[in-house]
Design a protein around this ligand. Structure first.
Ligand SMILES: NC(=O)c1ccc[n+]([C@@H]2O[C@H](COP(=O)([O-])OP(=O)(O)OC[C@H]3O[C@@H](n4cnc5c(N)ncnc54)[C@H](OP(=O)(O)O)[C@@H]3O)[C@@H](O)[C@H]2O)c1
Length: 284
C-alpha cells in the first residue's frame, strides 16, 4: 500500500517533460555542451541522454576515474565527442582553470549547464567550528558557477548560447532550518541569474533556472528520512534540465510549485512556529 501511494505521488508530483531523441537531435546536434557535476546523478544522466547525439560534451567534476570511465562508455555507445576536465569547484581558481583549459583546446561552449552542487544539512549550532560549510557551498553553488558564466559570456554571445542552472524548489519556499548554507548559496545563484537574465537576453543569450524537487541521487542518501519519501527519477530530472536548454523558458518548475510558494508565504508564521517547536523537541 505504501509503495503504491509513493508511486502515485511520484507520477503526480515528480514528473518532467519527456524528450525524444529527435527533439534532442534538433537542439543539441553539432553543439558543445559543458556540464558541471557530470560524474554522478543528474549531470551523468544529462550526459547519457546526449551521448547518442552528434555533439561535443565537456564533462566536469572532481572524480577523474569516474569521468574517464563515463567518457569511455559513452563514446563507445554514442556519437558524441567527450572532453573531460577534472576540477574542484571549491578552489578559488576553478572557474579560471576551466576557462584556460577550454581556451587551450580551442573549445567554444554553446550551452553551459551548471549542475554541480554541494548540499549540507547541519544546524548552525553544530557548525560553530566549521567555517568550511559556508565556504564550500558558496564556492561550489554560487561563486565558481557565476565566475565561469562571466568568463564564457563572450563565447555564449557569439553562439547565441544558453545557460542552464540546476536549482532547487526550496529557493522558492520557506527557508528550512538546518539547510542554511545550501539555501543561501542556491538562492545567491538564483538571484544573480534572475538579475542578469534580461541583460543576457538582450544579446541573444538565454538563461534558464530549473527548480527541481527531491531527486533520487546519492546527494539525498545521507538524509535518512528521504529514503521513504517520493522523489523524482534521475532521468526525469535530466530531462527537465535539458528542456531548459531547448525551450527559451526562463524557468522550469513542477506544476505545483507556484501554489506551494504562495502557501509558504501565506503560512510563513505557522511554518516558523512549527519548525521552532520541532527543533525544541529535538533538543530533549
Ligand atoms: N538530488 C536532489 O534531491 C536535488 C534536488 C534539487 C536540486 N538538486 C541539485 O541538482 C544538482 C545535481 O545534484 P545530484 O542530485 O545529481 O547530486 P550528486 O549525485 O551528488 O552529484 C553531484 C555532482 O556534483 C559534483 N561535485 C560536487 N562537488 C564538487 C566540487 N567541489 N567540484 C566539482 N564538482 C563537484 C559531483 O562530482 P564529484 O564528486 O566527482 O566532484 C557530482 O558529479 C545539484 O546542483 C543539486 O543541488 C538536487
Amino acid at each position: 500500500m505504501k509503495k503504491i501511494l509513493k508511486q502515485f505521488c511520484e507520477s503526480l508530483f515528480f514528473q518532467a517533460p519527456s524528450l525524444s531523441v529527435v527533439t534532442l537531435k534538433q537542439h543539441f546536434e553539432n553543439k558543445t555542451i559543458l556540464i558541471t557535476g557530470a560524474s554522478y546523478g543528474i549531470g551523468e544522466a544529462c550526459a547519457t541522454l546526449l551521448a547518442p547525439i552528434q555533439c561535443q560534451l565537456v564533462l566536469i567534476a572532481r572524480s577523474t576515474d569516474k569521468l574517464t570511465a563515463l567518457q569511455k562508455q559513452l563514446t563507445q555507445q554514442g556519437q558524441c565527442q567527450i572532453e573531460i576536465i577534472s576540477a574542484d569547484l571549491y578552489q578559488p581558481t576553478a572557474a579560471e582553470d576551466i576557462f584556460q583549459h577550454l581556451k587551450a583546446k580551442n573549445i567554444q561552449v554553446d550551452i553551459l549547464i551548471h549542475n554541480a552542487g554541494k548540499s549540507i544539512q547541519r544546524s548552525v549550532w553544530e557548525s560553530l567550528d566549521r567555517p568550511q560549510d559556508i565556504d564550500r557551498t558558496i564556492h561550489i553553488n554560487y561563486i565558481n558557477p557565476a565566475q565561469l558564466t562571466r568568463l564564457l559570456l563572450p563565447d555564449l554571445k557569439m553562439a547565441q548560447g544558453k545557460v542552464v542552472i540546476v536549482s532547487t524548489i526550496n529557493a522558492k519556499l520557506f527557508a528550512p532550518p538546518l539547510w542554511s548554507n545550501y539555501q543561501a548559496s542556491k538562492t545567491a545563484m538564483q538571484q544573480w541569474i534572475l538579475s542578469i537574465q534580461p541583460e543576457l537576453a538582450a544579446y541573444g543569450v538565454s538563461a534558464s533556472l530549473i527548480y527541481l524537487p527531491l531527486v533520487r541521487t546519492r546527494m539525498i542518501e545521507p538524509t535518512k528520512q528521504y529514503n521513504q519519501m517520493p522523489a523524482m527519477q534521475v532521468q526525469h530530472a535530466a530531462q527537465a534540465v535539458l528542456s531548459g536548454a531547448i525551450h527559451h523558458q526562463r524557468q522550469w518548475q513542477p506544476w505545483w510549485l507556484p501554489f506551494a510558494s504562495v502557501l509558504s508565504k501565506v503560512f510563513a508564521t505557522p511554518i516558523y512556529y512549527f519548525y521552532l517547536h520541532w527543533l525544541k523537541r529535538k533538543q530533549n
